[in-house]
Design a protein around this ligand. Sequence first.
Ligand code: FRU
Length: 517
Amino acid sequence: MNYKFLTVLSAIILLNCTADKKNTIDSTYYTEKFRPQFHFTPEHNWMNDPNGMVYYEGEYHLFYQHYPDGNVWGPMHWGHAVSKDLIHWQHLPIALFPDSLGMIFSGSAVVDTENTSGLGSKENPAMVAIFTQHLMKDEKAGRHDFQNQSIAFSLDKGRTWKKYENNPVLKNPGKHDFRDPKVFWHESSKQWIMILAVQDHVELYGSPNLKSWKLLSEFGYKFGYHGGVWECPDLFELPIANTDNKKWVMLVSINPGAVNGGSGTQYFIGDFDGKKFTPDSKESQWIDYGKDNYAGVTWNNVPASDGRRLFLGWMSNWQYATVVPTTIWRSAMTLPRTLELIETDSGQRIASSPVKETTALRKDTASYTALLSAGEQQSREIILDSKEFEIDLPIDLEKGNESFSIELMNDNAEQLIIGFDGDANQFYIDRTKAGGQEFSKDFGGKHLGKRSFSNKNIRLKLFIDDSSVELFTDSGSLVMSELFFPEQPFTKLKLRSSKGVTANQMTLYSLKSIWRN
Ligand code: FRU
């Protein structure tokens, strides 16, 4: 068999298919029931964690945990997409396939500008992916060293990949959970740093060349939350808003044991000296109080001229991810978010906000004034003529202990409530009556998010897609991302409140689909 000929032939067929598809994208593309219109989803089949997020030559790369042969978790591959604006995505062929060392679990990607690895050149640096390989047969055989770290590289902007011949580059010393390497270049210690999740802690490794790794330190025993296994860590420096200062932030996803049950992501703020992370506090905070933001990490290699720290999470929860009622795909990513640190009444916190590019999604704008005065308990009903929209809503509380809610409704008696409980100073999302939930006992319910502020002027931003809501408030220090599956789209909106709540102005933007013109 002439493999070279076959490879060229399949490349030509693939190119033609991609071109064809572009021309034939029609009005039915991405219109299945519940299909998100402005969030990333794979065309078909299963997706979990975002992987290998890296910016290179005008493109944001997004790889993701993918099972191309089914709509549930299965042998993991790295799916791949690129975007020029973080909003519109182009699907690319699968980047990494399982091999004799195992499936391709979560990991990261870097651009080896100085060619430290020797895998590319300074003129054409290699994009290097660092990921866990999970060897199922070794796990089944009762061994403990079935997760090892491997690398692969691309010399053509991520279009084709080659696995390194001496994989794995970091061998498992016999630890049952040993995965999800996030690698970045640390300029002051002039080395690559890898942060790795190891059951109930993280381990930091250093390398001059991405090929040989040395343990630098461990962090996390008895720090933060430990209701489940630690996964998908990240470590980066973040600017403190309105100052010239920066702090290091460590993200650690945990499953189960999140604030509202199941999967969630905690973070620590502290310092990192090239070897060791020292937190300011033993306590961690939640980056998102909603039930559906997991395994989120940040983009590598964003140009200094841009300077943003960009984050994306998997918008689901292992409690029910494999049984949510979507087909022909399963799972979406959150909106990409910019992270920074802010001072709150309760100390420093991460503030997440939807990336500024999101404003390009706006289609029509409607403004509503005098919705709620301090003496009223409900607003007039607002008709929603789009399933995808953004809401900007400033609210004034008289004393601070008042309550209010935003209710989305349809003619099927389904209702999604995004609310604020002034006595507890917390927000909530109640999806108890928001549609289907028979698929899991863990899905329904009212989920709480504690404020870090106590001011009486609150500003809410909501992003509603066909099956998700993302709430950003208190400058992004309080975020809640949640899924919902109503039988019919929500068509009406109403505000309710205890007395003493004023809503003078609400802006509602209908949003465009990112998948069709
Ligand atoms: C997190 C996770 C990772 C692992 C991947 C496997 O959701 O469990 O720890 O690498 O998913 O798909």
